[in-house]
Design a protein around this ligand. Structure first.
Ligand SMILES: NC(=O)c1ccc[n+]([C@@H]2O[C@H](COP(=O)([O-])OP(=O)(O)OC[C@H]3O[C@@H](n4cnc5c(N)ncnc54)[C@H](OP(=O)(O)O)[C@@H]3O)[C@@H](O)[C@H]2O)c1
Length: 361
């Protein structure tokens, strides 16, 4: 690459936006040149607008402190200074769809963390280790939008990352039924314990919209490209309960699986630890060397010990054992704001760059 690609972050002042800023510090391919947020933040330096809202454990990178925050809604102005954008704004779904399309129409690719476009038929929703071939639908999307290089690509919900990669690794044994309960961290709601003191020593058995996403999004990830659109898979059937727990970062899932072709425990572990995809083949900058690790100890994976496996880009699995009602059960863990949000989107962008969909303007 002759020069680093110029990146804009829409929603840069929020929890996911801050994670993008942290992950992109010293990125070998990308440089953050524009930070954008609501009119409330626009016109101030990034440091001033974030103030005491900085939620990362690492310090705010020097390179962004003095960038003047732009208004996300001033699309042309933001688009002028970047080669592509990451989207992490918190607006209504309709507004997000509208603004992401508006960026694409300025010939600025959008890699989004938001759910607004996850079911738009010609918008790829990708976990790069699983379904990078879905990026093919970008060609039909560009025809619809009337663009030559602008498009929207999205990553799926954070909740599915602790079990969808696992079930993919076991595809040849044909999972038919899946029951998953997710135990989700408060950062998934953009919060810390300081912002959400009610969560200390508490559990809330409801996360709006999360169960439908957790049941349906894996099927789209496993879908096929037909006539420029994604057609979702029909199986396995998945049922979930999503529960908010007093954890800062890390979504855990307790999962039961029934297979059409029941394997042995050894076969399942072998498939997990050898599961690789395009990011590993291409050695992309943010790709985990080991995508899924299997932990033999009965008390793993644990959030505090395992959430940062492979810099938060890997998935940790443990407690795999036969079940009396289903065939097997296991526990999975992934980092919700790294693999599940900003890191997953950065890996999508790296895949898109490697495949030539994102280039310098
Ligand atoms: N947290 C997670 O783990 C996670 C995971 C997956 C998906 N998501 C999704 O990602 C998005 C961002 O989440 P978050 O947790 O980072 O939220 P957040 O901390 O509340 O940040 C929201 C960002 O959007 C900006 N914003 C809010 N209203 C706006 C408006 N009307 N116009 C322009 N910008 C506006 C805010 O700017 P100001 O600072 O100027 O208000 C801020 O930069 C949400 O849609 C969320 O559902 C989050």
């Amino acid at each position: 690459m002759e020069r680093k690609l110029r990146v804009g972050i829409l929603g840069a002042t929020g929890m996911v936006g801050q994670r993008f800023i942290s992950l992109l510090e010293n990125h070998p391919w990308y440089e953050v040149t524009v930070v954008a947020a609501s009119a409330r933040s626009a016109g101030k330096t990034y440091e001033e607008s974030v103030g005491d809202r900085w939620k990362m454990t690492t310090p705010m990178p020097e390179a962004v402190k003095n960038l003047i925050v732009m208004n996300v809604n001033e699309v042309e102005e933001v688009a002028q200074g970047v080669d592509f954008v990451f989207s992490a704004v918190d607006m209504s779904k309709e507004e997000i769809r509208e603004i992401e399309d508006a960026y694409a129409k300025t010939e600025t690719p959008v890699v989004s963390n938001n759910s607004a476009h996850r079911w738009t038929k010609d918008v790829p929703m990708v976990i790069p280790e699983i379904n990078p071939e879905h990026f093919e639908v970008i060609e039909s999307q560009k025809k619809r939008l009337g663009t030559t290089r602008g498009f929207v690509a999205v990553k799926p919900n954070c909740s599915i990352q602790s079990y969808a990669p696992v079930l993919t690794a076991w595809k040849e044994f044909e999972p038919t039924e899946v029951v998953a309960t997710t135990y989700q961290a408060i950062s998934g709601a953009g919060k810390t314990f300081k912002d959400w003191p009610e969560m200390v020593e508490n559990i809330i058995p409801y996360i709006g919209g999360e169960e439908e996403k957790s049941e349906q999004e894996p099927l789209r990830i496993w879908g096929k490209v037909e006539a420029g659109e994604i057609v979702k898979a029909e199986s396995p059937v998945i049922t979930t309960q999503c529960i908010r727990v007093p954890v800062l970062n890390g979504h855990t899932a307790a999962v039961f699986v029934k297979f059409a072709k029941k394997p042995t425990k050894e076969q399942l572990i072998e498939k997990l630890v050898n599961f690789k995809g395009l990011p590993q083949e291409l050695k992309l900058p943010s790709a985990p060397g080991q995508f899924i690790q299997y932990l033999e100890e009965d008390n793993r994976p644990q959030v505090t010990l395992d959430v940062d496996f492979e810099n938060g880009m890997g998935v940790s699995v443990g407690r795999l054992r036969e079940d009396t009602v289903y065939d097997f059960k296991f526990v999975g863990l992934s980092h919700n704001t790294v693999r599940g949000a900003a890191g997953g989107a950065v890996l999508c962008a790296e895949t898109l760059t490697a495949k030539g969909y994102i280039q310098a303007k």
